[in-house]
Design a protein around this ligand. Structure first.
Ligand SMILES: [Zn+2]
Length: 340
């Protein structure tokens, strides 16, 4: 149910997996993961992926009004997921994370950077495309290709591999090509204007707000009614390792960046700010104010879902004795999570 779930890593497969298949309905995916969590030998980590709004976001562009029904559908799917978790008596014992690997921005045929205008196709191979063109110059053509592109277009920034900014943690892998050309937000790199073009895309500078994914978490391990300005997706890995009590392998994230999300963290008053990170509690909204409902807050956050893939991670909480008893509120089921 997860792209790549059927790949052997470190010589092993997940305990259970389904080869990734887009034609399996969301309801079937939910039923399968709940079955794995409630079987005689329950799993402790389950991953569920859903293709939208990534699929439709690429086709339509995130600013297209036709994305409204797509988001509304995802809202209902999230509601269904919560409903099924409650029915299986898992809602209070699993830690649920709803997140994505990227945002998305609107592209336009008016904002195309055409490599054919600047480079001879015989001088390079295009390994990866917009918005980060990975360019492998032919033997002896590195400087020529780099210089031809360096000042070619005001909305294109060109780096030699060693010049790629540190903050992207992108330049030290053998897969990174000698020349990396990055488009400004909403600009599209094509060899020729007749090449395939998507109205929505991601992969731009991760400092851009439009590239930021959603992050929602609920469960005994997480603080309730807590929002956080931002976090790095690379911090998810140490967070998951911590929740599963396993030792993390070398990585680029930091558990200390996300420690404040955990219910075991020392409570401190953090003022509410509208952000992409939100932890949900079953209590009434308390410090967030009674007049604002879940749909309101989810609406703020799910604004980002318009532009992203979302996938869902369940982690069965291993030490539920730590958790205070949580109360169900029917309101969450009754109300759609997002008013489209
Ligand atoms: Zn995508």
């Amino acid at each position: 149910m997860w792209p790549g779930g059927d790949v052997k890593i470190h010589n092993s497969f997940p305990t259970h997996y389904l080869p990734y298949n887009e034609s399996i309905s969301f309801e079937e995916r939910v039923a399968q993961i709940i079955e794995w969590f409630t079987s005689e030998e329950p799993i402790n980590l389950g991953l569920l992926y859903w293709e939208d709004p990534d699929d439709m976001g690429h086709q339509l562009g995130p600013d297209n009004p036709l994305m409204g029904p797509v988001i509304s559908d995802i809202d209902h799917k999230l509601g269904y997921l919560i409903q099924m978790l409650k029915k299986a008596k898992l809602w209070n014992v699993v830690n649920l994370i709803v997140t994505s690997d990227h945002g998305m921005t609107q592209c336009s045929k008016e904002r195309v950077i055409e490599l054919d205008q600047y480079l001879d196709r015989d001088h390079y191979t295009l390994i990866d495309q917009s918005p980060v063109a990975a360019i492998l110059p032919k033997e002896g053509k590195l400087d020529e290709v780099y210089e031809a592109l360096a000042d070619a277009h005001p909305n294109l920034t060109v780096y030699k591999k060693e010049e790629v900014p540190e903050r992207w943690s992108y330049k030290n892998n053998r897969r990174i090509q000698p020349v990396v050309a990055v488009a400004d937000e909403g600009w599209y790199i094509l060899q020729n204007k007749s090449d395939e073009f998507l109205l929505g895309n991601h992969g731009y500078d991760n400092a851009l707000a439009e590239m930021h994914p959603i992050f929602l978490a609920h469960g005994p391990a997480f603080r309730k009614n807590f929002t956080k300005e931002a976090m790095n997706s690379t911090d998810l890995y140490p967070l998951l390792c911590h929740l599963l009590s396993i030792t993390a392998l070398p990585h680029n994230g930091s558990l200390s960046n996300v420690q404040d999300l955990l219910s075991s963290a020392a409570p401190k008053a953090i003022p509410y700010t509208q952000s992409t990170t939100l932890l949900l509690g079953d209590d009434h909204l308390g410090e967030l104010g009674q007049e604002e409902s879940y749909p309101y807050f989810l609406g703020v956050s799910l604004g980002c879902v318009i532009v992203i893939v979302f996938f869902v991670i369940f982690i069965k909480h291993l030490i539920d004795s730590q958790a205070p008893a949580l109360q169900d509120t029917q309101a969450e089921i009754a109300q759609p999570l997002l008013q489209a």
